[in-house]
Design a protein around this ligand. Structure first.
Ligand code: SF4
Length: 410
């Protein structure tokens, strides 16, 4: 940094800190994918009404625009579920693999105590095909843990190719709908999302998709077209990973400026990123991991915020996305996978790192890593990732990050 740049940075930093104090913002430590410490500002203000509702694709079922993702297995989480209902957050998301079934059990114990609330909840669970093809008995086990007869939306968990949605799954989904065990069917995807969405738009029996979508990806031409195709096909769309990898750092002039600018308007950069996605009218809901009441309140306040991001706010976010592009794995797994001859799912490992470093959720990071093929840990240590690194359009330091993953997970 030159002396002039340093002066500008220091002045913006002072300005930012002044605003943070003025707006009463606390700070929570976070870490980026690359492992650098970062600060995220949060404001504990409670929502003054229920969050908005939107139709979920052609199903017409209205869902809350904010969806509860995360773990609900301890007493404290029951308080969160009660608050979620009070604030109108009645789209609840879980999966067989979250906490090895404990997340579903937590929701099940809620329904055991409050059976009258079941009909108010749009309930989602997911099964990963990587854990086996026996979906029928596994779905029954999910329903048992959830203490319910049906889920509103069933998702095939974490596909990376539309070919994973087989004709057999189509027949199974129709059978389950007939049996009343699922109302809607679809998939979630963190990997090769554009390709999965393009394929889904051609399958009229896909009702819903949960996919990685944020201020970094929403401007990419292929992503824009894929979202439009699904929207036109009447598929209900839920965005996840909307923070685009972690909190905004305060390392550079552009970062300080951005954080300060949103604070002046009365919200944090964390909330601004959610608002950018909500402004895309094709997205029915945002699924957000909300591990505590402070984060849930901040998200609900953002969902109610009537202040739209201006064109220049959105441009600032887009500029920030460009400037920090090398800090974020975009899930285009096919590219780096080819470079290691399909031997190590690099983008899945990047996601594990994101869970561990940005979300500070080691349980989720480890359980996701354990879902990867058995030989992954050993290969991480042996393989040369330089070709993968050269192929990455975002110039991510894959070699170093795979070493970090070996230390953390293998
Ligand atoms: S590491 Fe690079 S090529 Fe691989 S999925 Fe991430 S952004 Fe794409």
């Amino acid at each position: 940094m030159s002396e002039a740049e340093n002066k500008k940075y220091q002045s913006n930093r002072r300005d930012f800190l002044k605003k943070a104090t003025l707006f009463g913002l606390g700070s929570a430590m976070g870490t980026t994918l690359l492992g650098r410490p970062a600060q995220a500002a949060t404001r504990t203000i409670f929502p003054d009404g229920p969050v908005l509702r939107k139709p979920f694709g052609r199903s017409g079922i209205k869902v809350s625009t904010l969806s509860m993702g995360g773990m609900y297995d301890i007493m404290n989480n029951r308080l969160m579920l009660a608050k979620a209902l009070e604030w109108g957050i009645d789209y609840w998301d879980t999966a067989e693999m979250y906490g090895g079934g404990r997340s579903e059990e937590g929701i099940g114990s809620w329904f055991a105590r409050k059976p009258e609330t079941r009909k108010r909840i749009f309930l989602v669970t997911k099964l990963s095909p990587r854990r086996g093809a026996d979906f029928a008995s596994r779905l029954d086990a999910c329903l048992n843990r959830l203490n319910t007869d049906y889920v509103d939306l069933f998702l095939v968990h974490g596909i990376s190719s539309i070919d994973e949605i087989t004709p057999e799954l189509k027949s199974w989904s129709l059978e389950m709908k007939k049996a009343g065990k699922i109302r809607l069917f679809g998939f979630s995807t963190h990997s090769n999302m554009e390709e999965c969405l393009e394929g889904a738009a051609r399958l009229p029996w896909i009702d819903g998709i949960m996919f990685t979508y944020n201020y970094r990806l929403m401007h990419e031409p292929r992503m824009k077209a894929a979202v439009e195709a699904c929207h036109k096909a009447g598929i209900g769309l839920t965005a996840m990973k909307t923070q685009g990898g972690g909190p905004v750092k305060k390392d550079t002039d552009a970062e300080m400026k951005m954080a300060g600018r949103f604070m002046e308007k009365g919200f944090t950069d964390y909330q601004a990123k959610l608002m950018a996605v909500w402004q895309d009218k094709r997205i029915a809901s945002i699924c957000s991991q909300m591990p505590n009441l402070t984060i849930m309140a901040a998200n609900a306040v953002a969902a109610l915020n009537k202040t739209a991001l201006s064109a220049s706010d959105r441009a600032l976010l887009a500029r920030y996305a460009r400037e920090t592009c090398g800090d974020y794995c975009a899930g285009c797994g096919r590219i780096c996978l080819q470079a290691v001859h399909n031997r190590v799912p690099i983008n899945d490992i990047m996601r594990c790192l994101m869970y561990a470093r940005s979300y500070q959720d080691f349980t989720l990071a480890r359980s996701t890593f354990q879902m990867l093929p058995d030989e992954t840990g050993a290969l991480l240590d042996r393989l040369d990732f330089r070709a993968a690194e050269r192929s990455c359009p975002r110039n991510l330091p894959i070699e170093r990050l795979m070493k970090d993953a070996t230390t953390l997970f293998a």
